[in-house]
Design a protein around this ligand. Sequence first.
Ligand code: HEC
Ligand code: HEC
Ligand code: HEC
Ligand code: HEC
Length: 385
Amino acid sequence: MKKNFTVKTVVVFLLFLSIATAQQLPENPMAGRVVFEKQGCISCHSVYGSGGTTGPDFGKKIFSGDDFYLLSKMWNHSSKMFLVMAQTGTKRPSFTGQDVKELSDFLYFVRFLGQPGNISTGRHLFSTKGCARCHSVGRAVPGKVALDSMKIYVSPIHLAEVMWNHSTLMHERGIRKGIRLPSFSDNEFADLTAYIRGASSLKTEDKIYSYPGSPVRGEQLFKSKGCYYCHVEKPIGPTLDRMKADQSVTEIAGAMWNHSGKMASTMKKMGLKYPSFTGDEMADVISYLYFKNLPRAEGSAESGARLFKEKGCENCHVAGNKVDAPTIDKFAHFRNEDEFLAALWNHAPKMEEVLLAHGKKLPELMPNDVKSLYLFIDAKTKEGK
Ligand code: HEC
Ligand code: HEC
Ligand code: HEC
Ligand code: HEC
Protein backbone atom coordinates (compact mmCIF):
# COMPACT_ATOMS: atom_id res chain seq x y z
CA MET A 1 0.00 0.00 0.00
CA LYS A 2 2.66 2.43 1.11
CA LYS A 3 4.97 1.46 -1.72
CA ASN A 4 2.20 1.92 -4.25
CA PHE A 5 1.58 5.41 -2.95
CA THR A 6 5.25 6.34 -3.24
CA VAL A 7 5.52 5.14 -6.81
CA LYS A 8 2.39 7.08 -7.75
CA THR A 9 3.65 10.21 -6.06
CA VAL A 10 6.93 9.99 -7.92
CA VAL A 11 5.14 9.48 -11.22
CA VAL A 12 2.88 12.45 -10.55
CA PHE A 13 5.85 14.52 -9.48
CA LEU A 14 7.86 13.67 -12.59
CA LEU A 15 4.85 14.41 -14.72
CA PHE A 16 4.44 17.72 -13.01
CA LEU A 17 8.09 18.52 -13.58
CA SER A 18 7.96 17.71 -17.27
CA ILE A 19 4.93 19.94 -17.70
CA ALA A 20 6.30 22.73 -15.56
CA THR A 21 9.60 22.88 -17.43
CA ALA A 22 8.18 22.60 -20.94
CA GLN A 23 8.72 26.00 -22.52
CA GLN A 24 6.34 25.64 -25.44
CA LEU A 25 7.44 28.88 -27.00
CA PRO A 26 5.42 29.73 -30.06
CA GLU A 27 7.18 29.94 -33.43
CA ASN A 28 4.74 32.57 -34.65
CA PRO A 29 2.36 34.03 -32.07
CA MET A 30 0.36 35.75 -34.81
CA ALA A 31 -0.85 32.37 -36.13
CA GLY A 32 -3.82 32.57 -33.76
CA ARG A 33 -5.12 35.61 -35.62
CA VAL A 34 -6.43 33.19 -38.26
CA VAL A 35 -8.23 31.08 -35.63
CA PHE A 36 -9.61 34.26 -34.10
CA GLU A 37 -11.22 35.16 -37.43
CA LYS A 38 -12.18 31.66 -38.52
CA GLN A 39 -13.91 30.89 -35.23
CA GLY A 40 -15.92 34.10 -35.39
CA CYS A 41 -14.36 35.69 -32.28
CA ILE A 42 -13.80 38.78 -34.42
CA SER A 43 -17.51 39.30 -35.00
CA CYS A 44 -17.90 40.12 -31.30
CA HIS A 45 -14.39 41.10 -30.19
CA SER A 46 -12.00 43.74 -31.52
CA VAL A 47 -8.24 43.99 -31.41
CA TYR A 48 -7.28 47.65 -31.03
CA GLY A 49 -10.58 48.84 -32.47
CA SER A 50 -10.98 46.56 -35.50
CA GLY A 51 -13.73 43.98 -35.12
CA GLY A 52 -17.06 43.59 -33.31
CA THR A 53 -18.14 45.49 -30.22
CA THR A 54 -20.38 42.98 -28.40
CA GLY A 55 -17.51 41.61 -26.32
CA PRO A 56 -14.46 43.41 -24.92
CA ASP A 57 -11.65 44.76 -27.17
CA PHE A 58 -8.47 42.75 -26.47
CA GLY A 59 -6.33 45.83 -27.04
CA LYS A 60 -8.05 47.45 -24.05
CA LYS A 61 -9.15 44.57 -21.88
CA ILE A 62 -5.85 42.87 -21.41
CA PHE A 63 -5.78 39.12 -21.55
CA SER A 64 -2.75 37.84 -19.72
CA GLY A 65 -2.02 34.19 -19.13
CA ASP A 66 -1.46 30.76 -20.64
CA ASP A 67 -3.95 28.39 -22.29
CA PHE A 68 -5.44 27.41 -18.89
CA TYR A 69 -6.18 31.09 -18.25
CA LEU A 70 -7.86 31.44 -21.64
CA LEU A 71 -10.04 28.41 -21.07
CA SER A 72 -11.01 29.63 -17.61
CA LYS A 73 -11.90 33.12 -18.88
CA MET A 74 -13.97 31.82 -21.77
CA TRP A 75 -15.59 29.17 -19.60
CA ASN A 76 -16.66 31.61 -16.92
CA HIS A 77 -18.07 33.96 -19.55
CA SER A 78 -19.53 31.23 -21.67
CA SER A 79 -23.14 31.52 -20.47
CA LYS A 80 -23.23 35.13 -21.58
CA MET A 81 -21.31 34.33 -24.77
CA PHE A 82 -23.63 31.45 -25.67
CA LEU A 83 -26.62 33.69 -25.03
CA VAL A 84 -25.35 36.41 -27.40
CA MET A 85 -24.46 33.71 -29.93
CA ALA A 86 -28.00 32.31 -29.77
CA GLN A 87 -29.45 35.81 -30.18
CA THR A 88 -27.24 36.65 -33.15
CA GLY A 89 -27.35 33.21 -34.74
CA THR A 90 -23.57 32.83 -34.46
CA LYS A 91 -22.11 29.33 -34.54
CA ARG A 92 -20.58 28.17 -31.26
CA PRO A 93 -16.86 27.78 -31.66
CA SER A 94 -15.49 24.28 -31.40
CA PHE A 95 -11.75 23.85 -31.00
CA THR A 96 -8.90 21.54 -31.81
CA GLY A 97 -5.99 21.45 -29.36
CA GLN A 98 -3.90 23.51 -31.74
CA ASP A 99 -6.65 26.16 -31.96
CA VAL A 100 -6.55 26.57 -28.17
CA LYS A 101 -2.78 26.95 -28.13
CA GLU A 102 -2.67 29.39 -31.03
CA LEU A 103 -5.55 31.46 -29.69
CA SER A 104 -4.07 31.83 -26.23
CA ASP A 105 -0.64 32.74 -27.63
CA PHE A 106 -2.22 35.28 -29.97
CA LEU A 107 -4.42 36.91 -27.34
CA TYR A 108 -1.50 37.13 -24.93
CA PHE A 109 0.63 38.57 -27.72
CA VAL A 110 -1.86 41.30 -28.65
CA ARG A 111 -0.64 43.50 -25.86
CA PHE A 112 2.94 42.99 -27.02
CA LEU A 113 2.06 44.83 -30.21
CA GLY A 114 1.42 47.82 -27.96
CA GLN A 115 -0.65 50.94 -28.16
CA PRO A 116 0.18 53.31 -31.03
CA GLY A 117 2.41 56.21 -30.02
CA ASN A 118 1.26 59.76 -29.45
CA ILE A 119 2.94 62.49 -31.57
CA SER A 120 2.64 65.37 -29.13
CA THR A 121 3.84 63.26 -26.19
CA GLY A 122 6.74 62.22 -28.46
CA ARG A 123 7.61 65.84 -29.29
CA HIS A 124 7.69 66.66 -25.59
CA LEU A 125 9.88 63.61 -24.83
CA PHE A 126 12.31 64.50 -27.62
CA SER A 127 13.28 67.64 -25.73
CA THR A 128 12.82 66.51 -22.11
CA LYS A 129 14.78 63.29 -22.71
CA GLY A 130 17.64 65.32 -24.16
CA CYS A 131 17.52 63.78 -27.65
CA ALA A 132 17.35 67.31 -29.09
CA ARG A 133 20.77 68.13 -27.60
CA CYS A 134 22.48 65.70 -29.97
CA HIS A 135 19.86 65.13 -32.70
CA SER A 136 17.72 67.04 -35.16
CA VAL A 137 14.57 66.08 -37.01
CA GLY A 138 12.58 68.13 -39.55
CA ARG A 139 15.49 70.43 -40.44
CA ALA A 140 19.24 69.92 -40.38
CA VAL A 141 21.18 71.48 -37.49
CA PRO A 142 25.00 71.64 -37.79
CA GLY A 143 26.77 69.36 -35.32
CA LYS A 144 23.67 67.31 -34.65
CA VAL A 145 22.86 63.83 -35.95
CA ALA A 146 19.72 64.02 -38.16
CA LEU A 147 17.08 61.35 -37.55
CA ASP A 148 14.86 62.15 -40.57
CA SER A 149 15.71 58.91 -42.37
CA MET A 150 13.98 57.01 -39.56
CA LYS A 151 10.58 58.00 -40.99
CA ILE A 152 10.03 54.80 -42.94
CA TYR A 153 10.26 52.60 -39.85
CA VAL A 154 6.82 52.24 -38.31
CA SER A 155 7.65 49.97 -35.39
CA PRO A 156 9.11 51.31 -32.14
CA ILE A 157 11.25 48.15 -32.03
CA HIS A 158 13.31 49.58 -34.87
CA LEU A 159 14.06 52.73 -32.88
CA ALA A 160 14.94 50.60 -29.87
CA GLU A 161 17.22 48.46 -32.06
CA VAL A 162 19.23 51.28 -33.64
CA MET A 163 19.54 53.06 -30.30
CA TRP A 164 20.73 49.81 -28.73
CA ASN A 165 23.31 49.38 -31.50
CA HIS A 166 24.54 52.96 -31.09
CA SER A 167 24.42 52.76 -27.34
CA THR A 168 28.20 52.78 -26.86
CA LEU A 169 28.66 55.84 -29.11
CA MET A 170 25.79 57.67 -27.44
CA HIS A 171 27.07 56.96 -23.94
CA GLU A 172 30.59 58.12 -24.94
CA ARG A 173 29.21 61.32 -26.50
CA GLY A 174 27.04 61.82 -23.41
CA ILE A 175 29.99 61.55 -21.05
CA ARG A 176 31.98 63.97 -23.19
CA LYS A 177 29.16 66.52 -23.31
CA GLY A 178 28.21 65.98 -19.67
CA ILE A 179 24.75 64.74 -20.65
CA ARG A 180 23.12 61.92 -18.72
CA LEU A 181 21.38 59.64 -21.21
CA PRO A 182 17.67 59.21 -20.51
CA SER A 183 15.97 56.05 -19.31
CA PHE A 184 12.69 54.77 -20.72
CA SER A 185 9.41 53.50 -19.38
CA ASP A 186 5.82 52.92 -20.54
CA ASN A 187 5.05 53.62 -24.18
CA GLU A 188 7.82 56.19 -24.66
CA PHE A 189 9.59 54.41 -27.54
CA ALA A 190 6.28 54.36 -29.43
CA ASP A 191 5.63 58.06 -28.72
CA LEU A 192 9.12 59.03 -29.92
CA THR A 193 8.68 56.91 -33.05
CA ALA A 194 5.37 58.63 -33.79
CA TYR A 195 6.99 62.04 -33.36
CA ILE A 196 10.08 61.31 -35.49
CA ARG A 197 7.89 59.93 -38.29
CA GLY A 198 5.56 62.91 -38.14
CA ALA A 199 8.27 65.58 -38.02
CA SER A 200 10.68 64.06 -40.56
CA SER A 201 11.52 66.14 -43.64
CA LEU A 202 11.81 62.96 -45.72
CA LYS A 203 9.29 62.99 -48.58
CA THR A 204 8.30 59.36 -48.94
CA GLU A 205 5.28 57.21 -48.30
CA ASP A 206 7.44 54.09 -47.97
CA LYS A 207 6.83 52.18 -44.77
CA ILE A 208 8.71 49.31 -43.23
CA TYR A 209 6.81 47.37 -40.62
CA SER A 210 8.85 45.30 -38.25
CA TYR A 211 7.45 41.81 -38.01
CA PRO A 212 6.26 40.90 -34.52
CA GLY A 213 9.08 38.58 -33.56
CA SER A 214 9.62 34.88 -33.08
CA PRO A 215 10.09 33.76 -29.47
CA VAL A 216 11.74 30.54 -30.66
CA ARG A 217 14.38 32.43 -32.62
CA GLY A 218 14.64 34.92 -29.75
CA GLU A 219 15.64 32.13 -27.40
CA GLN A 220 18.50 31.11 -29.71
CA LEU A 221 19.67 34.73 -29.98
CA PHE A 222 19.48 35.10 -26.20
CA LYS A 223 22.19 32.44 -26.03
CA SER A 224 24.29 33.45 -29.02
CA LYS A 225 24.33 37.17 -28.10
CA GLY A 226 25.69 36.49 -24.63
CA CYS A 227 22.57 37.48 -22.68
CA TYR A 228 22.33 33.92 -21.37
CA TYR A 229 25.86 34.17 -19.99
CA CYS A 230 25.04 37.04 -17.63
CA HIS A 231 21.39 36.29 -16.96
CA VAL A 232 21.41 32.53 -16.50
CA GLU A 233 24.86 30.97 -16.45
CA LYS A 234 26.63 33.47 -14.18
CA PRO A 235 24.31 35.34 -11.87
CA ILE A 236 25.61 38.76 -12.98
CA GLY A 237 22.25 40.11 -14.08
CA PRO A 238 18.81 39.31 -12.63
CA THR A 239 16.88 36.25 -13.86
CA LEU A 240 14.43 37.49 -16.45
CA ASP A 241 11.69 34.92 -15.85
CA ARG A 242 9.39 37.30 -14.13
CA MET A 243 10.70 40.79 -14.80
CA LYS A 244 7.49 42.61 -14.17
CA ALA A 245 4.16 41.16 -15.14
CA ASP A 246 2.41 42.62 -18.16
CA GLN A 247 5.26 44.45 -19.83
CA SER A 248 4.65 45.50 -23.41
CA VAL A 249 7.24 45.51 -26.16
CA THR A 250 8.22 49.13 -25.62
CA GLU A 251 8.57 48.60 -21.88
CA ILE A 252 10.91 45.64 -22.39
CA ALA A 253 12.85 47.62 -25.01
CA GLY A 254 13.07 50.38 -22.38
CA ALA A 255 14.37 48.00 -19.72
CA MET A 256 17.04 46.75 -22.11
CA TRP A 257 18.07 50.25 -23.13
CA ASN A 258 18.21 51.37 -19.49
CA HIS A 259 20.88 48.79 -18.77
CA SER A 260 22.83 49.14 -22.01
CA GLY A 261 25.42 51.55 -20.58
CA LYS A 262 26.19 49.49 -17.51
CA MET A 263 26.11 46.32 -19.57
CA ALA A 264 28.53 47.70 -22.16
CA SER A 265 31.07 48.77 -19.57
CA THR A 266 30.83 45.43 -17.71
CA MET A 267 31.26 43.56 -20.97
CA LYS A 268 34.28 45.62 -21.87
CA LYS A 269 35.89 44.82 -18.51
CA MET A 270 35.16 41.14 -19.04
CA GLY A 271 36.55 41.26 -22.58
CA LEU A 272 33.20 40.37 -24.18
CA LYS A 273 31.90 41.80 -27.44
CA TYR A 274 28.91 44.17 -27.23
CA PRO A 275 25.90 42.40 -28.79
CA SER A 276 24.41 44.43 -31.63
CA PHE A 277 21.26 43.47 -33.48
CA THR A 278 20.41 43.37 -37.19
CA GLY A 279 17.13 42.91 -39.06
CA ASP A 280 14.40 41.60 -36.79
CA GLU A 281 16.70 40.20 -34.12
CA MET A 282 15.69 42.68 -31.45
CA ALA A 283 12.00 41.88 -32.06
CA ASP A 284 12.83 38.18 -31.67
CA VAL A 285 14.69 38.68 -28.37
CA ILE A 286 12.00 40.95 -26.94
CA SER A 287 9.19 38.58 -27.93
CA TYR A 288 11.13 35.79 -26.22
CA LEU A 289 11.43 37.83 -23.01
CA TYR A 290 7.75 38.69 -23.27
CA PHE A 291 6.77 35.01 -23.45
CA LYS A 292 9.02 34.14 -20.53
CA ASN A 293 6.79 36.47 -18.52
CA LEU A 294 3.64 34.59 -19.44
CA PRO A 295 1.63 34.03 -16.25
CA ARG A 296 1.18 30.27 -15.92
CA ALA A 297 -1.51 28.36 -14.08
CA GLU A 298 -0.37 26.03 -11.30
CA GLY A 299 -2.08 22.95 -10.01
CA SER A 300 -1.76 19.38 -8.78
CA ALA A 301 -3.39 16.05 -9.52
CA GLU A 302 -4.50 15.86 -5.86
CA SER A 303 -6.49 19.09 -6.13
CA GLY A 304 -7.81 17.85 -9.46
CA ALA A 305 -9.26 14.74 -7.81
CA ARG A 306 -11.05 16.92 -5.27
CA LEU A 307 -12.28 19.38 -7.92
CA PHE A 308 -13.62 16.57 -10.11
CA LYS A 309 -16.11 15.93 -7.29
CA GLU A 310 -16.65 19.50 -6.13
CA LYS A 311 -17.27 20.95 -9.59
CA GLY A 312 -19.88 18.31 -10.34
CA CYS A 313 -17.94 16.46 -13.06
CA GLU A 314 -18.70 13.26 -11.18
CA ASN A 315 -22.44 13.91 -11.46
CA CYS A 316 -22.23 12.84 -15.09
CA HIS A 317 -18.95 11.00 -15.29
CA VAL A 318 -20.04 8.00 -13.20
CA ALA A 319 -20.97 4.46 -14.18
CA GLY A 320 -24.57 4.13 -15.33
CA ASN A 321 -25.16 7.84 -16.09
CA LYS A 322 -27.98 8.73 -18.45
CA VAL A 323 -26.13 11.23 -20.65
CA ASP A 324 -23.56 8.94 -22.27
CA ALA A 325 -20.71 10.52 -20.37
CA PRO A 326 -17.67 8.20 -20.29
CA THR A 327 -16.27 7.23 -16.89
CA ILE A 328 -12.82 8.58 -16.32
CA ASP A 329 -11.09 5.27 -17.10
CA LYS A 330 -12.72 5.43 -20.57
CA PHE A 331 -11.39 8.92 -21.30
CA ALA A 332 -9.06 9.24 -24.23
CA HIS A 333 -5.48 9.94 -23.23
CA PHE A 334 -4.79 13.50 -24.27
CA ARG A 335 -1.50 14.02 -26.03
CA ASN A 336 -1.13 17.44 -24.46
CA GLU A 337 -2.98 19.96 -22.31
CA ASP A 338 -4.49 21.77 -25.30
CA GLU A 339 -6.27 18.67 -26.54
CA PHE A 340 -7.79 18.30 -23.09
CA LEU A 341 -8.77 21.98 -23.05
CA ALA A 342 -10.41 21.65 -26.47
CA ALA A 343 -12.40 18.57 -25.34
CA LEU A 344 -13.49 20.34 -22.17
CA TRP A 345 -14.54 23.44 -24.08
CA ASN A 346 -16.33 21.55 -26.86
CA HIS A 347 -18.67 19.85 -24.42
CA ALA A 348 -19.56 22.99 -22.47
CA PRO A 349 -22.83 23.52 -24.43
CA LYS A 350 -23.91 19.92 -23.76
CA MET A 351 -23.00 20.26 -20.09
CA GLU A 352 -24.86 23.53 -19.86
CA GLU A 353 -27.94 22.02 -21.44
CA VAL A 354 -28.07 19.15 -18.95
CA LEU A 355 -27.29 21.41 -16.01
CA LEU A 356 -29.91 24.01 -17.02
CA ALA A 357 -32.53 21.25 -17.22
CA HIS A 358 -31.73 20.60 -13.54
CA GLY A 359 -31.83 24.30 -12.68
CA LYS A 360 -28.02 24.47 -12.32
CA LYS A 361 -25.33 26.55 -14.02
CA LEU A 362 -21.92 25.64 -15.39
CA PRO A 363 -19.47 25.49 -12.48
CA GLU A 364 -16.98 28.35 -12.29
CA LEU A 365 -13.43 27.21 -13.14
CA MET A 366 -10.37 29.27 -12.23
CA PRO A 367 -7.10 28.79 -14.19
CA ASN A 368 -5.54 26.70 -11.41
CA ASP A 369 -8.68 24.55 -11.22
CA VAL A 370 -8.44 23.76 -14.94
CA LYS A 371 -4.77 22.92 -14.62
CA SER A 372 -5.44 20.62 -11.65
CA LEU A 373 -8.26 18.86 -13.47
CA TYR A 374 -5.91 18.33 -16.38
CA LEU A 375 -3.13 16.91 -14.21
CA PHE A 376 -5.61 14.61 -12.47
CA ILE A 377 -7.16 13.28 -15.70
CA ASP A 378 -3.77 13.03 -17.38
CA ALA A 379 -2.40 10.92 -14.52
CA LYS A 380 -5.53 8.77 -14.45
CA THR A 381 -5.55 8.07 -18.16
CA LYS A 382 -1.83 7.38 -18.26
CA GLU A 383 -1.98 4.80 -15.47
CA GLY A 384 -4.00 2.22 -17.39
CA LYS A 385 -2.13 2.58 -20.66
C1 HEC B 1 -21.43 36.22 -30.07
C2 HEC B 1 -20.43 37.07 -29.51
C3 HEC B 1 -19.12 36.47 -29.06
C4 HEC B 1 -18.30 35.62 -29.77
C5 HEC B 1 -18.50 35.04 -31.16
C6 HEC B 1 -17.14 35.42 -28.93
N1 HEC B 1 -17.26 36.11 -27.75
FE1 HEC B 1 -15.89 36.18 -26.25
N2 HEC B 1 -17.16 37.35 -25.15
C7 HEC B 1 -18.36 37.83 -25.60
C8 HEC B 1 -18.96 38.65 -24.55
C9 HEC B 1 -20.29 39.38 -24.62
C10 HEC B 1 -18.03 38.63 -23.48
C11 HEC B 1 -18.16 39.36 -22.14
C12 HEC B 1 -18.87 38.45 -21.20
C13 HEC B 1 -19.01 39.09 -19.85
O1 HEC B 1 -18.63 40.25 -19.66
O2 HEC B 1 -19.46 38.38 -18.95
C14 HEC B 1 -16.91 37.80 -23.89
C15 HEC B 1 -15.80 37.53 -23.10
C16 HEC B 1 -14.66 36.86 -23.55
C17 HEC B 1 -13.45 36.69 -22.78
C18 HEC B 1 -13.20 37.21 -21.38
C19 HEC B 1 -12.59 38.58 -21.48
C20 HEC B 1 -12.11 39.08 -20.14
O3 HEC B 1 -10.90 39.21 -19.96
O4 HEC B 1 -12.96 39.34 -19.28
C21 HEC B 1 -12.56 35.99 -23.56
C22 HEC B 1 -11.13 35.58 -23.20
C23 HEC B 1 -13.23 35.72 -24.80
N3 HEC B 1 -14.50 36.27 -24.76
C24 HEC B 1 -12.66 35.04 -25.86
C25 HEC B 1 -13.32 34.72 -27.03
C26 HEC B 1 -12.74 33.93 -28.10
C27 HEC B 1 -11.31 33.41 -28.11
C28 HEC B 1 -13.70 33.80 -29.04
C29 HEC B 1 -13.62 33.01 -30.32
C30 HEC B 1 -13.36 31.62 -30.17
C31 HEC B 1 -14.88 34.51 -28.57
N4 HEC B 1 -14.61 35.05 -27.35
C32 HEC B 1 -16.06 34.61 -29.29
C33 HEC B 1 -18.96 37.59 -26.82
C34 HEC B 1 -18.46 36.78 -27.80
C1 HEC C 1 24.85 62.71 -25.90
C2 HEC C 1 24.40 62.75 -27.24
C3 HEC C 1 23.18 61.92 -27.61
C4 HEC C 1 21.96 61.91 -26.99
C5 HEC C 1 21.51 62.65 -25.77
C6 HEC C 1 21.13 61.04 -27.79
N1 HEC C 1 21.85 60.52 -28.84
FE1 HEC C 1 21.15 59.31 -30.30
N2 HEC C 1 23.01 59.20 -31.12
C7 HEC C 1 24.12 59.89 -30.67
C8 HEC C 1 25.28 59.49 -31.46
C9 HEC C 1 26.69 59.98 -31.28
C10 HEC C 1 24.80 58.56 -32.42
C11 HEC C 1 25.60 57.82 -33.47
C12 HEC C 1 25.56 58.55 -34.76
C13 HEC C 1 26.44 57.86 -35.76
O1 HEC C 1 26.48 56.61 -35.80
O2 HEC C 1 27.06 58.56 -36.51
C14 HEC C 1 23.37 58.42 -32.18
C15 HEC C 1 22.53 57.61 -32.94
C16 HEC C 1 21.16 57.56 -32.80
C17 HEC C 1 20.26 56.88 -33.70
C18 HEC C 1 20.67 56.09 -34.94
C19 HEC C 1 20.67 57.03 -36.11
C20 HEC C 1 20.86 56.30 -37.42
O3 HEC C 1 20.58 56.94 -38.45
O4 HEC C 1 21.27 55.15 -37.45
C21 HEC C 1 19.01 57.09 -33.23
C22 HEC C 1 17.70 56.56 -33.84
C23 HEC C 1 19.09 57.89 -32.05
N3 HEC C 1 20.42 58.16 -31.81
C24 HEC C 1 18.02 58.32 -31.29
C25 HEC C 1 18.11 59.03 -30.10
C26 HEC C 1 16.98 59.39 -29.28
C27 HEC C 1 15.52 59.06 -29.59
C28 HEC C 1 17.48 60.08 -28.20
C29 HEC C 1 16.74 60.61 -27.03
C30 HEC C 1 16.03 59.63 -26.23
C31 HEC C 1 18.93 60.13 -28.37
N4 HEC C 1 19.28 59.49 -29.52
C32 HEC C 1 19.80 60.78 -27.51
C33 HEC C 1 24.16 60.78 -29.62
C34 HEC C 1 23.10 61.04 -28.75
C1 HEC D 1 27.65 41.68 -18.94
C2 HEC D 1 26.51 41.07 -18.38
C3 HEC D 1 25.19 41.26 -19.11
C4 HEC D 1 24.89 40.92 -20.43
C5 HEC D 1 25.84 40.35 -21.48
C6 HEC D 1 23.50 41.22 -20.61
N1 HEC D 1 22.96 41.73 -19.47
FE1 HEC D 1 21.02 42.31 -19.22
N2 HEC D 1 21.45 42.93 -17.30
C7 HEC D 1 22.69 42.80 -16.70
C8 HEC D 1 22.60 43.41 -15.38
C9 HEC D 1 23.74 43.50 -14.37
C10 HEC D 1 21.29 43.91 -15.23
C11 HEC D 1 20.69 44.63 -14.01
C12 HEC D 1 20.29 46.01 -14.35
C13 HEC D 1 21.34 47.03 -14.13
O1 HEC D 1 22.00 46.98 -13.10
O2 HEC D 1 21.46 47.97 -14.98
C14 HEC D 1 20.59 43.58 -16.46
C15 HEC D 1 19.26 43.90 -16.74
C16 HEC D 1 18.56 43.53 -17.88
C17 HEC D 1 17.15 43.78 -18.13
C18 HEC D 1 16.21 44.55 -17.21
C19 HEC D 1 15.65 43.60 -16.18
C20 HEC D 1 14.60 44.27 -15.33
O3 HEC D 1 14.14 43.58 -14.41
O4 HEC D 1 14.25 45.42 -15.57
C21 HEC D 1 16.85 43.24 -19.34
C22 HEC D 1 15.47 43.23 -20.02
C23 HEC D 1 18.06 42.64 -19.86
N3 HEC D 1 19.07 42.85 -18.95
C24 HEC D 1 18.15 41.99 -21.08
C25 HEC D 1 19.34 41.59 -21.66
C26 HEC D 1 19.47 41.05 -22.99
C27 HEC D 1 18.30 40.80 -23.93
C28 HEC D 1 20.79 40.80 -23.21
C29 HEC D 1 21.43 40.29 -24.46
C30 HEC D 1 21.29 41.09 -25.65
C31 HEC D 1 21.49 41.16 -21.99
N4 HEC D 1 20.59 41.64 -21.08
C32 HEC D 1 22.83 41.00 -21.82
C33 HEC D 1 23.81 42.20 -17.23
C34 HEC D 1 23.95 41.76 -18.53
C1 HEC E 1 -23.88 17.32 -17.61
C2 HEC E 1 -23.05 16.16 -17.71
C3 HEC E 1 -21.56 16.41 -17.69
C4 HEC E 1 -20.86 17.09 -16.75
C5 HEC E 1 -21.36 17.82 -15.52
C6 HEC E 1 -19.47 17.01 -17.15
N1 HEC E 1 -19.36 16.29 -18.30
FE1 HEC E 1 -17.65 15.86 -19.30
N2 HEC E 1 -18.69 14.88 -20.71
C7 HEC E 1 -20.04 14.70 -20.71
C8 HEC E 1 -20.41 13.93 -21.89
C9 HEC E 1 -21.80 13.53 -22.27
C10 HEC E 1 -19.21 13.65 -22.59
C11 HEC E 1 -19.04 12.89 -23.91
C12 HEC E 1 -18.58 13.80 -25.01
C13 HEC E 1 -19.66 14.71 -25.48
O1 HEC E 1 -20.76 14.27 -25.70
O2 HEC E 1 -19.39 15.93 -25.63
C14 HEC E 1 -18.15 14.29 -21.82
C15 HEC E 1 -16.81 14.27 -22.20
C16 HEC E 1 -15.79 14.82 -21.45
C17 HEC E 1 -14.41 14.78 -21.83
C18 HEC E 1 -13.84 14.19 -23.11
C19 HEC E 1 -13.54 12.74 -22.89
C20 HEC E 1 -12.95 12.10 -24.10
O3 HEC E 1 -12.53 10.95 -24.01
O4 HEC E 1 -12.87 12.75 -25.16
C21 HEC E 1 -13.70 15.41 -20.84
C22 HEC E 1 -12.19 15.66 -20.80
C23 HEC E 1 -14.65 15.82 -19.84
N3 HEC E 1 -15.91 15.45 -20.25
C24 HEC E 1 -14.30 16.48 -18.69
C25 HEC E 1 -15.22 16.96 -17.79
C26 HEC E 1 -14.86 17.73 -16.62
C27 HEC E 1 -13.43 18.11 -16.21
C28 HEC E 1 -16.01 18.06 -15.99
C29 HEC E 1 -16.19 18.90 -14.75
C30 HEC E 1 -15.71 20.28 -14.85
C31 HEC E 1 -17.11 17.47 -16.77
N4 HEC E 1 -16.58 16.84 -17.86
C32 HEC E 1 -18.44 17.59 -16.44
C33 HEC E 1 -20.93 15.13 -19.77
C34 HEC E 1 -20.61 15.90 -18.66
